[in-house]
Design a protein around this ligand. Structure first.
Ligand code: ADP
Ligand code: MG
Length: 278
């Protein structure tokens, strides 16, 4: 039994992003609070629509405690809008957290950073396990796509759809805004692999500590140059050298030296922190 728009009550608008509007909703039958993302497919070509459907179907299969759960989709032909129903994350996103910290001049706790690194690595492991040759999810790893639930646990969200809505004609186009987290191999127009995600994860963890990305520049050319060089300053001294070291391993220009997901999860330091946070 498929639910329709009438089975939900709109509670509020959370925000409007590049692809549509997110609304907080309530499922009438049981009162469960969820969100839906409204996207107008009216101007999409047939092939884009096909890709959208397949991506959404793929998202429905991704079930993991650190990935935003997708529940359902409703298509309303009368206004050419698709409603993608997903888990509501009441703790906001990391981008908001980072800008609040920057504004207030406070740093996040080191324990929180460790927890986020571990949970996001576990989420990535699941994404990579899921790519069955046929479909590769485009993971737009950035603080705005990392959500927190009410228990401060992390939920990776908002990937896959980015790929549909901005044709992958050129690699640079798959990034909205300034691609601060773009790996050197992508800067050099080489193929995307699981270690590119590790680079982005490292950049994100760096920003969570330093409250600014490891590489910043006023223009793309300068940014690319800095990324290729891979030089950046230490995270603030209040953070341990252990944390600094893990982040440095992830932001390593040489792909072969950069750890993969399993290598990170097998790091003694990571294992130690994993048992701590449980
Ligand atoms: P953007 O292109 O900026 O990512 P989105 O449409 O994804 O735009 O999101 C719009 C707003 O809704 C953002 O403030 C985002 O943090 C929030 N949001 C998106 N998904 C969820 C969710 N599952 N739970 C809570 N808030 C969400
Ligand atoms: Mg988003």
């Amino acid at each position: 039994t498929t639910l329709g728009l009438d089975d939900f009550e709109v509670l509020s608008t959370i925000g409007t992003g590049s692809y549509g509007t997110c609304k907080k909703i309530r499922r009438k039958k049981d009162g469960k609070v969820l969100v839906w993302k409204e996207m107008d497919y009216g101007s999409m070509t047939e092939s884009e629509k096909k890709l959208l459907v397949s991506e959404v179907n793929l998202l429905r299969e991704l079930k993991h405690c650190h990935i935003v759960r997708y529940y359902d989709r409703i298509i309303d032909r009368s206004n050419t809008t698709i409603y993608i129903i997903m888990e509501y994350c009441g703790g906001g996103d990391l981008a908001t957290l980072i800008s609040r910290c920057r504004r207030d001049g406070i740093y996040v706790d080191e324990d929180f950073v460790w927890k986020i690194v571990i949970q996001l690595t576990l989420a990535l492991k699941e994404c990579h396990r899921r790519k069955n040759g046929k479909a590769v999810l485009h993971r737009d790893l950035k603080p705005a796509n990392v959500f927190l639930d009410s228990d401060q646990n992390v939920k990776l969200g908002d990937f896959g759809l980015a790929r549909v809505l901005q044709h992958e004609t050129s690699f640079a186009k798959t990034y909205v805004g300034t691609p601060y987290y773009m790996s050197p191999e992508l800067v050099n127009n080489m193929s995307y692999n699981e270690k590119s995600d590790i680079w982005s994860l490292g950049c994100m963890m760096y920003e969570l500590c330093a409250l600014h990305p490891p590489f910043t520049a006023a223009n793309q050319t300068d940014l690319n140059r800095k990324i290729r060089l891979g030089d950046f300053s230490r995270i603030p001294i209040r953070y341990s050298s252990d944390l600094d070291m893990i982040i440095r391993k992830m932001i390593q220009v040489e792909v072969s030296k950069r750890p993969g997901i399993d290598a990170i999860l097998n790091e003694p330091l990571v294992i130690a922190h994993q048992t701590h946070s449980d």
